[in-house]
Design a protein around this ligand. Sequence first.
Ligand SMILES: [Zn+2]
Ligand SMILES: [Zn+2]
Ligand SMILES: [Zn+2]
Length: 760
Amino acid sequence: MKVERRQFEVRGIVQGVGFRPFVYRLALSHGLKGFVRNESSCVRIDVEGDSAALDSFEALLPDSAPPLARISGITSRDLKPAAYHDFRIEESGRKGETISQVPPDAATCEACVSELFDPADRRFGYPFINCTDCGPRYTIILSVPYDRPFTTMAGFRMCPDCRKEYENPSDRRFHAQPNACRDCGPSLRLCSPDGSDLRSPNPPADAAAALAALRIAAVKGIGGFHLACDARSAAAVARLRERKKREEKPFAVMARDMQAVERIAVASSREKALLRSPERPIVLLRKKDGGGIAESVAPGNRFLGVMMPYSPLHHLLLSSGPEALVMTSGNLSDEPIAFGNDEALSRLGGIADVFLLHDRDIETPADDSVSRVVAGRAMVLRRSRGYVPAPVFLESDGPDVIGLGADLKNTVCVCRGNAAFLSQHLGDLENLKAREGFAQAARRLIRLLDARPAIVAHDMHPGYASSRHAAVFAGAARIPVQHHHAHVASVMAENMLEGRVIGVAFDGTGFGTDGTIWGGEFLVAGYEGFERAAHFRTVRMPGSDAAARQGWRMALSHANDALGDRGLGLAASTAPDAQSAEIAAAMMKSGLNSPWTSSLGRLFDAVAAVCGIRTCSSFEGQAAMALEGAASDEPCEPLPFAFEDKDGRLEIDTRPLFAEVCRRAAARVPAAEISRSFHDSITDATVQTCLRIGSRFMLDRVALSGGCFQNALLLDSCLQRLANAGFKVYSHCLVPPNDGGISLGQVAVVRGILRFPRTK
Ligand SMILES: [Zn+2]
Ligand SMILES: [Zn+2]
Ligand SMILES: [Zn+2]
């Protein structure tokens, strides 16, 4: 037999996901010798043996990799045989060399779920069962390398049985850091709101019984606490809304299994795959009429956020209680999620009737992620538990950079080498607790990655808390990045686009280079810079920030812009009262506290108000979501719009469009039809604008970003119609189109400037 030797470098998410034991088993089964080792940016495999065995090994390597591995590339080369004696897993390199070793949390795998419900298994009913393919990771890691002593499992000493599994490379629990059993691992307890132990012999079953009796439970999960109640009970949901001080924002529902999902919502095969994925996000699904979920769970909403159990505790809870539970972040209104036992008791004591606690600490809080399938592709809307901190790989290397994001739906992003690591969703920074969480998350990400950011990128908005935070990084250069440029760069980065594209950035608000508020932008952009080629017509925002929540103000503004005083008269009925309408109109005319905006998000708000769908929003994007939900499934008569050339910059004139919306609303055309016409006309305007820009700048690639593209109707039609018009179209998949992706865009812009310095 002729011995050959081959060395492989495997890149992607291949560390901390059971990849080395998999390689070990694969090598042994092929009679190969050599080693496998984690290195800074790859896993290195060195094997020698029979050439046919090497070929088979090479073929199986990508295809039979563990479920959590994401291989982005494998290179191989032949070397002179080294006469290895055996095959071994070598220890990983130095600290800081193992940057991608922090894996995301993964939902309980099928093998563990069947053991959980197998009376013969030693972990029958044990709520902390896990293995190499599943379990908590990011949320329990204290520092790198990812090893048990550096996790919140450090205090639990493995019993001999668990240790045997942990040390055996052919065991499913080999090096599963949170490995535990009832004898040696964490345990549950059921408590009353004052913290006293209820001494339940079976906490999940008793909590489930409390839920079935329509009580509210606080349940400690993977990334923090949930507040749970029976999703089928209007009374229970009403009580939760009242205590949590959350009036209308939809709650997510956790359903026992796929049958339970199908009873309450419509799910395509792609959506089902997403529901079952190891990331296990909340997936926005079309609600089923008569599905039994209380209307108040997602009031006035055609969509329902649904997820499947992702921790053993969830499986146990749902196996005996109601088959669909509201599972909403354990917090009060807009505060960050609670994740410590004492903290939860004090913060949620007035909300929950019982507390299901455990003693495995959560080091880093992470909310549930939210995803949606559009045009057959998954798009993440809130990137948190399950996805974080898996990196987004960029096209090229560069120095360490941190992007501080925007003030809404904040995330931070640290880029090392060609890997951009986004933090978990950190929420809106208006709130002190959220700002503390943001500062802490930035520090922690830097520490975990052992990064030394030479440059801090932040939003151009001078008033943003995230922008002000840049001062904390003494010695680092600061680069402000325009908000919509960052949006476009984020979608370019995740699609690895180089050169210039037509960037379409539609959102609610972002500080423009001219001091006005942008949000309906067409940028001819590369990473290093951009030109504002076109935008929606600029109108007043009477009351400034108040106009973002009170769509009737934008209705007045657009009506006044389109039809003058007659328009004001038509739209006045959307205001809460005549006096408010008069004050807003006067503000607008004098310009007092009424900045200019080209925001498409605000135009959605205005249309929703005039159609009678929603005149005020209790949370960001509510009116736009309602407008999307109301749209007819059938195409309707389009609305007119016009173009105006303003010194070489194109302006989409919304006056004819808005005048026609007012006319149809006054003529009592159904809101469903107006909404559909409006969506289609915005798509139309987008396609026509891109055609004009494309021919002027010789560009044929369009990149779509911004919060408005969370709207499936708008995104789907833009994708289709731009492609039909001959464009290559790119949209988001890995990071959110909303401001959750801004930090990635900031980092990509800075890297671009470093490679191609801006020329003035
Ligand atoms: Zn497992
Ligand atoms: Zn044990
Ligand atoms: Zn934005």
